[in-house]
Design a binder for this molecule. Sequence first.
Ligand SMILES: C=CC1=C(C)c2cc3[nH]c(cc4nc(cc5[nH]c(cc1n2)c(C)c5CCC(=O)O)C(CCC(=O)O)=C4C)c(C)c3C=C
Ligand code: FE2
Ligand code: FE2
Length: 355
Amino acid sequence: MSEYSGEQGWKVDSSMSNSYDAIIVVSFGGPEGPDDVIPFLENVLRGKNVPRERMLEVAEHYQHFGGVSPINEQNRALIRALEQELAEHGPQLPIYWGNRNWDPLLVETLSQMKADGIKRALAFFTSTFSSYSGCRQYREDILRAQEAVGAGAPEVDKLRVFFNHPGFIEATVSRTEEALNQIPEARREQATILYSAHSIPMVMAAGCRYEVQLQESARLVSERLGEHPWHLVYQSRSGPPHQPWLEPDICDFIRELGEKGDVKDLVIVPIGFVSDHMEVLFDLDTEAKEVSQELGINLVRAKTVGVHPRFIRMIRELIEERISGTQDRPALGELGASHDVCPVDCCLRTTEQPR
Ligand SMILES: C=CC1=C(C)c2cc3[nH]c(cc4nc(cc5[nH]c(cc1n2)c(C)c5CCC(=O)O)C(CCC(=O)O)=C4C)c(C)c3C=C
Ligand SMILES: [Fe+2]
Ligand SMILES: [Fe+2]
């Protein structure tokens, strides 16, 4: 029997079957050339209340970079690093990769897995926090792909979210220290840290633990860095003007800091993302950088965890933890390790009706 334990939800009981014959990295996908951009964005925004003008604006961001999102290359690098980690330490399992929005799509990957004789896989979602987009929507995508593949499609179990896992926190601290070290030593201690995550509609945030988990991650990283002032901010808002999304927006926040005039150095930590994809390159390295420059603020952006060795080790630890069924499930801070199996109401899609 599994056990329900409040905050942590369902835990997997060690008597449940925990043998797996593959790992699947489940991610977002991104265009690989100019002609891919619009069909990719149409996939991303299908069924979402986002104005077409916003889609075309985002298309421009991708076109600035030749229509290629770095996300796919970064996922390939993550898979290579994880393959090496598993080859060295085990478990010896093949790693597959399937996306929501662009090739390789989940349906193609699950079909290949079936052809390869894979029966049951553990899924690593490239989402650190619980949200409709990062949890339930991926589970729906997998279910749809399984239905399309039909009888014999592999079963897929999701690994728990890792926002407070020591591996994620330590890798983020290390990335933030690298960024802080780029600030002149005499001013370093006074630098302000902004933790940035994807904004989502407030009605959607009400249905998940996104904000609470983000606050906790940011706090856990900050308490390991010393006395820096820090704030959680949001980026990449895509909704219509009348719809409230999580705030403060990063650029508005930098402008406010600029008006107060007491901040010389800012470090932006894209804590809401695991790789330096287009939303990081454009919304932070281009837009937020421009705003900071206008205000005379020195801005340094920390790298995302990417293929940081501690982060790659964390993925292996999560896999081992799930296979062994151990109750020793590392988590820092107050919230405890998150559930292995999502409760029925986990990350519900609570959205405003499109107008
Ligand atoms: C209603 C919520 C969201 C809308 C609308 C939305 C539009 C949108 N997003 C991208 C690109 C990316 N989004 C990514 C992550 C991400 N997006 C949302 C929510 C909305 N995005 C959340 C909550 C998250 C974090 C959780 C997750 O799913 O990862 C990413 C990173 C994906 C990764 O694997 O790292 C990208 C890239 C575009 C282009 C877009 C449309 C304008
Ligand atoms: Fe998004
Ligand atoms: Fe969940």
